[in-house]
Design a protein around this ligand. Structure first.
Ligand SMILES: C[S@@+](CC[C@H](N)C(=O)[O-])C[C@H]1O[C@@H](n2cnc3c(N)ncnc32)[C@H](O)[C@@H]1O
Ligand code: SF4
Ligand code: SF4
Length: 352
């Protein structure tokens, strides 16, 4: 990873195959229902061509996500292309289509991990968060995938809509026998065209802190605040060194990793604000797009405020977390309050 960063090699890519989905989560930053999306989406050949270019430029790890990636009509073909090319493939899914046929495919040609998002602990909670009662389908599939020996990790994304059930969902997740349970520590604003608003799905700082503590108490094996995936993304900066740099972003987004959105645009990572860095990879090709994204993150000026912040050694400015402020090089004060609190909680648990 360090070498890749020194050489600006894009070794890990996320591909948002579609913004369409068979659920309708009320906090989702990407899901679209506009029927014209189907005409603008990339087809299997276009994805495979892009992925081939990424491989030529050094990609070794690919993440397939969405929307719901498995609803893309060419999902299996795209997946098998990556496997045939020797890629380590990670799949993010809501678990509905992780049925017998998919489990058989994954057993024969395994992804290195399947992340299944768990949105409830019963039909009522599933309906409240996702608009559909698919509790039985998802949990039956998860159990079958684990029984088949696949590497399954569970993801929980607390939001205002999940609040009455968050503790029970975490407890339930712990009983399913997955390799790991990760709870999203921060929500970010939804893309503008989704019509969803953080004002509706966001949580208060106190609610966030309570859930974060509960999660750490419930899954104490985690020595740090970060999941493995996040740690990999954040790079090798030691805990006591500042992540706020004079110029540039300190994480690996746009340094060793990239994301391609459903409409064929490239960003440093999934959900990155489009008004900060967003390049039309479909038209200019992978190499030129990567150069632009890489240059964009190296050149990004973090807000003045970060250089004076009491937590500058514990926080890293992430434009995705400050979405509508990042293009103006400003901080969202609510995000900062949560970043500081989260860093303090992490320190407290580390000292235990
Ligand atoms: C957009 S979904 C796509 C993959 C798949 N459909 C799923 O739900 O896992 C990827 C992850 O983003 C999370 N997510 C959705 N909206 C979010 C938001 N506003 N902020 C942070 N994470 C969010 C989901 O819970 C899920 O774990
Ligand atoms: S979070 Fe995932 S499952 Fe929920 S609507 Fe978005 S893409 Fe679909
Ligand atoms: S808490 Fe806010 S001001 Fe402080 S370093 Fe983090 S992003 Fe910057």
């Amino acid at each position: 990873m360090k070498k890749a960063r020194e050489t600006d090699t894009p070794i890990s890519g996320s591909f948002e195959l579609t913004p369409l989905c068979n659920l309708d989560c009320k906090m989702c930053y990407v899901h679209l229902t506009d029927p014209t999306v189907k005409e603008r989406m990339l087809d299997g050949d276009q994805w495979i061509d892009l992925m081939g270019q990424a491989i030529e430029n050094g990609m070794m790890i690919a993440l397939l996500t969405g929307g719901e990636a498995m609803t893309h009509p060419d999902f299996k073909r795209i997946y098998m292309y990556l496997i045939d090319q020797g890629m380590s493939v990670r799949v993010k899914t809501n678990g509905i289509l992780l049925n017998k046929g998919m489990i058989d495919l994954f057993t024969e040609y395994p992804p290195y991990v399947i992340d299944v998002s768990l949105y409830g602990c019963d039909g009522e909670s599933y309906t409240a968060v996702t608009g559909h009662d698919v509790f039985e389908t998802v949990t039956t599939n998860v159990r079958a995938a684990i029984a088949a020996g696949l590497h399954v990790q569970l993801k929980i994304t607390p939001s205002a809509y999940m609040l009455p059930w968050v503790d029970r969902i975490m407890e339930y997740a712990g009983t399913l026998g997955a390799e790991d349970v990760n709870v999203n520590v921060a929500l970010f604003e939804a893309n503008q065209d989704t019509g969803r608003s953080m004002e509706d799905f966001g949580m208060s700082l106190e609610e966030n802190a309570r859930i974060h503590r509960k999660y750490r108490d419930m899954f104490p094996r985690k020595p740090r605040s970060q999941t493995e995936e996040e740690a990999e993304f954040m790079g090798d900066i030691p805990d006591d060194e500042s992540r706020i740099m004079q110029r540039g972003l300190s994480c690996n987004g746009g340094r060793t990793t990239f994301a391609v959105n459903w409409d064929g645009t490239m960003e440093p990572c999934l959900g990155f604000p489009r008004d900060v860095i967003c390049v039309d990879v479909k038209n200019i090709g992978f190499r030129a797009a990567w150069r632009e994204v890489n240059h964009g993150v190296k050149d990004y000026e973090v807000p003045e405020e970060c250089h004076r912040c009491s937590h500058k050694d514990k926080c890293h400015y992430c434009p995705t977390q400050h979405k509508s402020f990042a293009a103006r090089h400003l901080c969202n004060s609510e995000t900062c309050a949560w970043m500081r609190r989260q860093a303090d909680i992490s320190e407290e648990y580390r000292a235990k």
